[in-house]
Design a protein around this ligand. Sequence first.
Ligand SMILES: Cc1ncc(C[n+]2csc(CCOP(=O)(O)OP(=O)(O)O)c2C)c(N)n1
Ligand SMILES: [Mg+2]
Length: 576
Amino acid sequence: MLNTATKTEATDAQQELTDGFHLVIDALKLNGINTIYGVPGIPITDLGRMMQAEGIRVLSFRHEQNAGYAAAIAGYLTKKPGICLTVSAPGFLNGLTALAHATTNCFPMILVSGSSEREIVDLQQGDYEEMDQLAIAKPLCKAAFRVLHAADIGIGFARAIRAAVSGRPGGVYLDLPAKLFGQVINAEAGRRSLVKVIDAAPAQIPAPSAVNRALDVLKGAKRPLIILGKGAAYAQADDAIKSFVEKSGAPFLPMSMAKGLLPDLHPQCAGAARSTVLKDADVVMLIGARLNWLLSHGKGKTWGEAPKKFIQVDIEPKEMDSNVEIAAPLVGDIGSCVAALLAGMGNGWTAPPAEWVNAVRTKRDENVAKMAPRLMNNNSPMDYHGALGVLRTIVKERPDAILVNEGANTLDLARGVIDMHQPRKRLDVGTWGVMGIGMGTAIAAAVETGKPVLAVEGDSAFGFSGMEVETICRYNLPICIVIFNNDGIYRGTDVNAAGSDPATTVFVKGARYDKMMEAFGGTGVNATSPDELKRAVNAAMDSGKPTLINAVIDPAAGSESGRIGNLNPQSILKKK
Ligand SMILES: Cc1ncc(C[n+]2csc(CCOP(=O)(O)OP(=O)(O)O)c2C)c(N)n1
Ligand SMILES: [Mg+2]
């Protein structure tokens, strides 16, 4: 049923009316969008209240950036656009980093921001929170729209939803000026103006010739490798992808958020033999993975000397040849492409040479065995491996829990150590390696899936969104945060040679992040050994109560920038 504003005698005693507020709510509900992440204020405070009254879940955050990261990951998990709702200028700008992050990561998200009076903004006459938000948002998202008339709200949301989820998904900006909300129109006209988006993300079927070309290249491989990206995880074509990889017999390498799409302990998983497979493969098939910096652009030392052929499966034609020549581009949605590949393989597909498969497996088993003893140490203070060994076991025992992960060493080492067992259970910093996704991501993961969440956070990384522990307590979400507290960024041991101030990378020594959680009624634990950590995490996951565990890590244990220290520019000048 459409909402209607109360009859206004002043206009027409007989006429049933609706307004901008209600049309926004109706447009969302009509399209099955029932969760909003945001921060209230002028001009959207009442909108939030009314949404809540109408049964939409509105989660109020402490900072828009965190609400934005929540919306972005909600989009990734559900394939429906995650909505972030903000006030004008400063709130909008706070949400913008997340919008750009969503676009870069191909997550469907809509940043809906209230804005100030167009007539005043455009003449730059100094309105309350004056800013030309549409112009600023445009270069940072896939599409940007502004609605000026209540009768266009339905179309505005339809365009935003379709733009966010169709083709390669991404961030969309929707600008709603304050005046729009109070605009009144005839309720029946309002009802008719709404648009239910039909087939918002249509299947994009690959050309049969492109499927055959891809299979021919794969068939010709002596040392094939399949790389699964988060695009493959997003597609929710889990069974087809698993069947395809298994039928191909090729080793596979999951990118960070594709871990678990096939279990990390699968016999074909080459995660622990990454450098070997990248160097030695002769045919590389990318499924929903891009040849960006995370794969060294498909060239250089990482990729070895031997010539390689690439097959790339992606929904975006422009992705092909982005860094190196793609011998077999396969453009279409991943579900359709993988189904077509499977059909084209028939029943007589020949497995890759046993020599290659065995070589990869041997290397993987060697590397796993090398790491094993380090994961079992019970040192206090902990090193990364001792702490992660415990968390690895806990995640294995609770495979449907969602792991959120950010930091430098905390991220890179956790990615390597913690095996994932189910699709879309690992959520992290994404393409940019952005710090600050932690609490927003954890909140949306809990809200959207109803599953318990384990957030493994560097102490610096956590600081970017730490105030949201109050949000977690307020909504009583089943989130257990483990802070790898090494007193700083990368390490806690840097010294400022000039004396006076602390070094730029260090924090207060011996800080007790667990006390922050206690301030809001959650459980706080200080853990100084892997045994203590294990007990505390298990108790938190069993209870489902908001918990923060301050895991004390040796300040000297980490390395500069984790695994990507080579990206730091170097000064050729001698130190003075
Ligand atoms: C938004 C943003 N700001 C700054 C950075 C640079 N940066 C990369 S990792 C990191 C923090 C690493 O420290 P921590 O989270 O404590 O992890 P540790 O290596 O100490 O385990 C920072 C600030 C970033 N990636 N993103
Ligand atoms: Mg740290």
